[in-house]
Design a protein around this ligand. Structure first.
Ligand code: SAH
Length: 342
């Protein structure tokens, strides 16, 4: 079965041609798919025979809302989607002043093993297709009735570990006949797969790259993030420097503040040193406690921020949204799976 929503415009045109259909059919189908049609029957401007052919030959992914939680504090909505094969992923819809933002997942589970993260606890189950990443945007808009203008790829999974599907997703979501969200409204967050960061740089996309740094020294970073063991912080910053040089885009660094682990003054100073001569923005994240993890939220967030800023590095503390609905880091899916196990 062809996963039709993951097809590019050109591929969809080729598929229509193989069915003996004119080119304009591809545009019609594309628009239906990206508007969240739940079946081929809904595509009422297509001939019945084509609807039938599509239903026979193509997989139409339509995620089901398994659970939905709405924050009473700030209107954040957390969706747990059931995929066509019974797997679950989550997305979080957030209201910001600069527009509605959705945080999407790109994998079921994660391979990266970060010590503080709930998404990785069960390992990687599978990667999502481009269409399944896109579905989270399409169906959150449809379900909430609210327009989404920004996307952050900061949900479950590692985007650069699912490189081809993510690239395809970016192209699809950017299409004026589809969801039509511009690259400047998209952030992609990575734990730091350096070869892939180098590859991404060559595309010169206008998106914002976020690097999950969490520590400026190898000892601490390798303890928190196994991915660091093979490459190290120096190599990571070399890729970041190259990325900035090639794209001209300032990188954002995620830094989850962990009590007594990465919140020392000397670590702020070392971070400043790494960023010398390269504009960067540090996003300090209050650690979300995960029951299975020994790490606690830092009590030095403001001091750490001041120490960075006094040395010329811009640092903001991320506002917490959806605090009453576990709107972070694999918690909802885990709960749902936990319930199923009982
Ligand atoms: N794999 C990608 C994107 C998904 S995680 C990445 O590593 O960047 C999105 C962000 O949430 C990352 O910065 C991640 O390190 C952070 N994160 C994960 N668990 C967290 C927790 N318990 N508290 C705070 N931030 C967390």
């Amino acid at each position: 079965m062809t996963d039709i929503k993951s097809l590019s415009r050109a591929e969809l045109e080729a598929l229509m041609a193989s069915f003996g259909q004119p080119k304009f059919r591809a545009k019609q189908v594309f628009q239906w798919l990206h508007r969240g049609a739940a079946s081929f029957d809904e595509m009422t401007n297509l001939p019945k025979a084509l609807q039938q052919k599509l239903a026979e030959e193509c997989l139409l992914t339509v995620p089901q809302v398994e659970r939905k939680q709405v924050s009473k504090l700030d209107g954040t909505i957390k969706y747990l989607w059931k995929l066509h094969d019974g797997n679950f992923v989550e997305s979080v819809f957030m209201r910001y002043q600069h527009g509605n933002t959705i945080c999407v997942s790109c994998e079921v589970g994660c391979l990266m093993g970060c010590a503080f993260c709930a998404s990785t606890l069960g390992g990687l189950i599978r990667k999502l297709s481009a269409g399944e990443i896109l579905d989270q945007v399409i169906f959150a808009e449809k379900e909430s009735g609210q327009k989404i203008s920004n996307i952050v790829m900061m949900g479950m999974g590692e985007p650069l570990d699912n490189y081809d599907a993510v690239m395809r997703f970016l192209e699809l979501v950017n299409d004026p006949d589809g969801v039509n969200i511009g690259m400047r409204h998209i952030s992609l967050s990575t734990c730091g797969l350096v070869d892939k960061i180098d590859k991404l740089a060559t595309h010169q996309l206008q998106l914002t790259l976020s690097v999950s740094l969490h520590a400026p020294d190898d000892e601490t970073r390798s303890k928190l993030m196994p991915v660091n063991k093979a490459v190290g912080v120096d190599r990571l910053f070399a890729s970041c420097r190259n990325y900035f040089k090639t794209t001209g885009r300032r990188i954002s660094y995620e830094y989850a503040m962990v009590d007594g682990v990465n919140d020392h003054d000397w670590q702020a100073d070392l971070l400043v040193k790494h960023l010398k001569g390269m504009p960067g923005h540090v996003n300090l994240i209050p650690l979300n406690e995960v029951r299975e993890s020994p790490y606690k939220p830092s009590r030095r967030v403001r001091q750490f921020q001041k120490r960075l800023e006094s040395q010329g590095v811009t640092a903001t503390v991320r506002r917490k949204l959806g605090g009453d609905i576990d709107a972070s880091c694999g918690q909802l899916r885990k709960k749902a799976l936990g319930l199923k196990d009982e």
